[in-house]
Design a protein around this ligand. Structure first.
Ligand code: HSE
Length: 308
């Protein structure tokens, strides 16, 4: 028996919501798990590139693979050990681009393996394992449930989350550059400690951001996408981000521009065709930097992971 799961990409943080906010995008990975391998191999991992997802060769094909690690934790949770297992990842989500590709394969592997085991773990257990393996909950939560999610890891490792309806006419444009940025590097440039004033700044912005989404208030949302705890430290690593921010300031129907997750992709939120009006300016910024980009304007993905 084998089980395949389709899991969406995600964009995390949305400015002030570091390690907390994330939303799902209609770009997908497909993860298939089966308890059958070529004789004697024990673990078999296959990667199939569905589109231009780049760098798939950097994905480990041994016990270091994060999908395997997540599945192993699930088996341990139910008191079993993993014997023979075959994992196939069909990649549609660009790798190391800040679009939640690792979260998506972790979530897909867990849902598929749990189904193979007869569903011994509920969503709460799967989410908690996924968050542990990923290291933070903001990508894995919308990857699992879709939509715009707020998530928090509790002291016992469980994940509390809420899903809030995203305004239908707020479009998401992701600018995906042709270079990679490992999340570990993007996290290593962050300071160990931040000042109380920077923390308070982000708490205020993040609190108002949730209200802006809830009440679909684009004018309020425009003021809420700034942060002082990760983007100022990361922006040097994200080519074009500063210039893009200046370009979108005060443009009609542009709600804002943030680093997508840990980068290097950039997310622009707009409404009423706002992005189309600045698209040429955006393209020029990256042409001047000699950075090739894939630019996609998308709706939010509301359903999350699906067994297919
Ligand atoms: N919240 C995470 C970060 C997302 O910004 O490092 C990256 O996966």
């Amino acid at each position: 028996m084998k089980v395949s799961v389709r899991v969406p990409a995600t964009t995390a943080n949305l400015g002030p919501g570091f390690d907390c906010l994330g939303l799902a995008l209609p770009v997908y990975n497909e993860i298939t798990v089966e308890e059958q391998v070529m004789p004697g191999s024990g673990l078999e991992i296959n990667i199939i590139e569905d589109s231009e997802t780049y760098d798939i060769l950097s994905i480990p094909k041994n016990e270091e693979n994060i999908v395997y690690k997540a599945i192993e934790l699930l088996y341990n949770f139910v008191g079993q050990s993993v014997n023979d297992i075959k994992i196939t990842i069909k990649t549609g989500i660009p790798v190391t681009r800040g679009l939640g590709s690792s979260a998506s394969v972790i979530v897909g592997g867990l849902i598929a393996a749990n189904t193979l085991l007869g569903n011994p773990a509920d969503d709460a257990v799967l989410l908690s394992i996924a968050s542990e393996v990923e290291g933070h909950p903001d990508n894995v939560t919308p990857a699992m449930f879709g939509g715009f999610c707020l998530s928090c890891v509790e002291d016992d490792g469980s994940v509390s989350y809420s899903k809030i309806p995203w305004p239908q006419d707020w479009k998401l444009t992701v600018i995906i550059p042709d270079y990679e940025l490992d999340t570990r590097i993007a996290r290593s440039v962050l300071p160990e400690n931040i000042s109380i004033s920077d923390a308070a700044y982000n708490i205020r912005k993040c609190a108002l951001l949730i209200d802006a989404v809830y009440r679909q208030d684009a004018n309020l949302m425009k003021k809420c996408l700034k942060d002082k705890i990760h983007q100022p430290y990361r922006q040097e690593l994200i080519k074009g981000f500063k210039k893009l921010n200046e370009t979108v300031q005060n443009k009609d129907n542009i709600i804002g521009c943030v680093i997508s997750g840990a980068g290097p992709s950039i997310l622009i939120i707009s409404q009423n065709g706002g992005f189309e009006k600045i698209e040429n300016d955006v393209k020029r910024i990256f042409e001047d930097l000699n950075v090739n980009c894939d630019i996609r304007t998308l709706n939010i993905e509301n359903e999350g992971s699906k067994i297919i």
